[in-house]
Write a protein that binds this ligand. Structure first.
Ligand SMILES: [Zn+2]
Length: 229
């Protein structure tokens, strides 16, 4: 299983004062549990590269199995879908690997785009173009579904069979977030070497850290050390 060998490093070391603060998930008896705390699907996906700005960024999606597992925990794939996709990956490893590469590459594009949205509100045209390309791919698999009271968007019954499905869902969510009132609540964690994205839904919209217990305390300790020098 993909999380073999990651067990040790996935365990949060929150007592560490100066070393890297482990984020991103927790090893459990049932397997790796991703930390889905961004408040939006798209942000949780972007957060699958931990400690992005540091020299020891941690890849939480080292293999396509991890991508499938993440999508399952994020509510995109049923256990049966996950199993079928894992099997498909063993049958067609090249296609699976390429899809993983596309997902990781798009993740960095989306990170740059979202960060710029929080800074200037104007992402690089190339990043927006890339997102538009993904949205167009995703749209080909979107379907209108009649409900009792009206209509709702859903996915084509077989959309999940593509290794690219998690990325389409992420791109669609990113587009919906960017066009919503919530766009002004996107934040990049203020802690050094974190760069996690999250939705600031606090009352005064003044939340600065992805997690007070991890980055908030670490930053306070760092400032205290600097101030007392
Ligand atoms: Zn943080």
């Amino acid at each position: 299983m993909y999380f073999d060998g990651y067990t040790e490093s996935m365990t949060p070391t929150r007592s560490s004062r100066s070393g890297p603060v482990r984020r991103g998930g927790l090893a459990t008896l049932e397997g790796f549990r991703f930390e889905l705390s961004g408040g939006r699907l798209a942000l949780d996906f972007i957060n699958t590269l931990d400690e992005r700005p540091s020299e020891h960024a941690r890849e939480l999606l080292p293999a396509v199995d991890a991508l499938v597992e993440w999508a399952g925990q994020a509510g995109l794939l049923t256990p049966e879908h996950r199993q079928a996709l894992r099997h498909a990956a063993t049958q067609n490893p090249t296609a699976a690997r390429k899809a993983l590469g596309r997902a990781r590459s798009a993740r960095e594009t989306l990170f740059a785009l979202m960060r710029e949205v929080t800074r200037s509100g104007r992402p690089a045209p190339a990043d927006l173009l890339a997102l538009n390309g993904l949205v167009a791919q995703a749209a080909a698999w979107r379907r209108l579904h009649a409900t009792r009271g009206g209509f709702t968007w859903t996915w084509h019954d077989e959309a999940w069979t593509s290794f690219d499905f998690p990325l389409w869902a992420v791109a669609w969510d990113a587009a919906e977030l960017l066009t919503s009132d919530e766009v002004s609540n996107i934040r990049v964690c203020a802690a050094e070497a974190c760069d996690w994205l999250f939705m600031d839904r606090s009352k005064n919209h003044g939340r600065r850290w992805c997690d007070m217990k991890v980055c908030g305390n670490r930053e306070k300790a760092r400032r205290f050390r600097n101030a007392s020098r």
